[in-house]
Design a protein. Structure first.
Length: 181
């Protein structure tokens, strides 16, 4: 009676092996990827919610602008703070989706003291908020030792990296939040 049990078990095992080996396996030749394929991969990563590699972005900007990664991280935090202050929560959510560790950079943004006049600016509507943001950026970048002329280069570096990583909406939101510069 043990013979049928062994026969049944081996038949099941053979059927499983046959099922596994009958599935086709395809390899991707990475050298043959075209630009459109690369774009499709980016789109798939974005749709799957694959976050941006912020460490690579910071290293890229640091190398591009000849700054330390610490300075670039703090600069990105300052720019995110201002963008957050000048965007709707829905628009800033696009940035948070692309940069899920945005809070880490916001925490690295330089803390600067504000005068009572500056505090009044933020209550003076959209124009006042932008003036307050500009005052913050000037003080923050002075504290970091970064020339104000480098701010547009930093914005461009970050937004380009975010866009090329498949997060065009987040890049557009970042630029929108900093459009007054």
């Amino acid at each position: 009676m043990k013979l049928p049990t062994i026969y049944f078990a081996s038949s099941v095992a053979l059927a499983a092996i046959f099922a596994i080996t009958s599935n086709s396996v395809q390899a991707i030749d990475l050298k043959s990827l075209s630009k459109s394929s690369t774009e499709q991969l980016k789109m798939a990563a974005t749709e799957a919610g694959v976050p941006l590699d912020t460490d690579a972005m910071i290293a890229y900007a640091a190398k591009q602008l000849n700054f330390s990664e610490s300075t670039v991280s703090s600069s990105f935090g300052a720019l995110l703070k201002v963008a957050q202050d000048n965007l709707s929560s829905e628009n800033f959510a696009l940035i948070n989706k692309a940069v899920p560790d945005a809070q880490k950079f916001l925490d690295k943004a330089p803390k600067v003291s504000t005068s009572s006049i500056t505090s009044l600016l933020s209550d003076a509507g959209s124009a006042g908020k932008k003036a307050d943001s500009l005052n913050y950026l000037n003080a923050a970048f002075d504290k970091l030792g970064v020339s104000r002329q480098k701010i547009p280069e930093l914005v461009n570096s970050f937004s380009t990296y975010i866009d090329k990583s498949g997060y065009g909406d987040a890049a557009a939101s970042l630029k929108k939040g900093l459009s007054f510069l």
